[in-house]
Design a protein around this ligand. Structure first.
Ligand SMILES: [Zn+2]
Length: 388
């Protein structure tokens, strides 16, 4: 099989072409066809393959094997005839935006901090970039700013095969030792790297480069990056989120953090007041309770801690069964105690009678009831025929 002429190497803007079908055979996924030339980029170098149509048949995968580009097809094509190839251009353009942006950012990180890119993959929703050393937030911000300056400079991007003498004199980045002819990419002066992928014609077409996140990875850092249309979408999404959050906090984007801190402080203060009020209420209820008499009360507003506190305070004075209820959980939350008695059996009976859930220790049980309501639960515990 003769090697396929790689139209995507010499003309990355080619989205429609005609070629001769040299072979077509059954293959996993349907059929696979080889042409004398193709603009379909085969998966490789971190860039996913192109998709589209060949002779009107859908192309689902493209792979390079021994110099031949194989196109996976849903149906066979006649061998010996010509076929028109049409690329899914939105997909390819997105890949070129991400890939060219990655070159500019990798080259900038290398120039500024000596960081090497040791892993790259155009995934979704972001591009993954693995750098070989730790980088601070300030270093990443500087690199992002300088990479975007290179985008705005709108310099030409060039890919070519230098001769051995020229190659020997060029300080290019490469992930591995390369055998055979080396294809270099000069990303507008921001990067010089061995690469087999497809790129935009000028850096300005990248539009924008945005680092979304950075995390420690194998002694270095793993970046999630978006470029071009993806960067625009990410900024729009983040801005809409900031505006929605701002409406909740009565603060505009840019002033969200102090507003969120004030809301947190207010919530903590309210919580402290609730705890103090529950303590005071526990003291008042205990003072009014009759020693030796079972007790039940409904305390709207009490939280789970409050129910427990109220219950224990009253029982300490009465020495008898004590139950306190409040809205919560499955409907009606409760805390139960009965000094000198394993209260778990009482809780189990209450749960069984009113579709409840919950339990605890022999001393205190807590849970909630879905059915019945407070009056029914009170009657059940204190005076009903099922009184425990
Ligand atoms: Zn490249």
């Amino acid at each position: 099989m003769q090697p396929t002429v790689k139209l995507y190497e010499t003309d990355a803007a080619c989205r429609r072409f005609t070629a001769r079908v040299l072979a077509c055979e059954p293959a996993p996924g349907g059929w696979r066809a080889a042409l004398d030339a193709t603009a379909f980029y085969p998966e490789g170098g971190g860039q996913p393959c192109d998709t589209g149509a060949l002779g009107g048949v859908t192309v689902t995968d493209v792979q390079l094997r021994g110099g031949v580009v194989w196109h996976t097809l849903e149906a066979p094509l006649p061998v010996g005839g010509t076929a028109e190839g049409v690329l899914d251009w939105a997909r390819r353009l997105d890949h070129m935006e991400q890939h060219t942006g990655e070159h500019i950012l990798s080259g900038t990180l290398h120039r500024l901090f000596g960081a090497e890119n040791v892993g790259f993959h155009i995934g979704r929703p972001a591009v993954r970039m693995d750098m070989d050393r730790p980088l601070t937030a300030a270093q990443l911000a500087q690199a992002e700013a300088e990479a975007n300056a290179a985008v705005r400079a709108n310099a030409p991007v060039r890919a070519w095969y230098p001769g051995p003498a020229e190659l020997a004199g060029l300080p290019y980045r490469s992930k591995k030792e390369l055998a055979g002819p080396v294809r270099l990419v000069d990303a507008g002066g921001a990067d010089l790297c061995a690469c087999c992928g497809t790129h935009l014609a000028r850096t300005g077409q990248v539009g924008q480069i945005k680092i979304l996140s950075a995390q420690h990875y194998k002694g270095g850092v793993r970046l999630a990056v978006v470029c071009g249309g993806r960067a625009q979408a990410a900024v729009a999404e983040a801005w809409a989120d900031a505006e929605a959050t701002g409406a909740l906090l009565s603060a505009g984007p840019g002033r969200l953090a102090p507003a969120a801190r004030r809301a947190q402080e207010a919530a903590a203060e309210t919580k402290q007041r609730l705890v103090a009020l529950q303590r005071a209420l526990a003291g008042a209820l205990a003072a009014a309770a009759v020693p030796g008499a079972p007790f039940a009360a409904y305390c709207e507003g009490a939280d789970a801690d409050g129910l427990r506190r109220l219950c224990l305070a009253v029982a300490a004075r009465t020495g008898a069964l004590c139950a306190v209820f409040a809205p919560g959980g499955r409907g009606l939350a409760y805390a139960l105690t009965a000094p000198g008695q394993d209260v778990r059996a009482v809780a189990a009976a209450l749960n069984a009678a009113f579709d409840g859930r919950g339990g605890g220790s022999p001393e205190v049980c807590q849970g909630s009831l879905a059915a019945g309501g407070y009056e029914a639960a009170r009657t059940f515990l204190l005076s009903g025929p099922n009184k425990p």
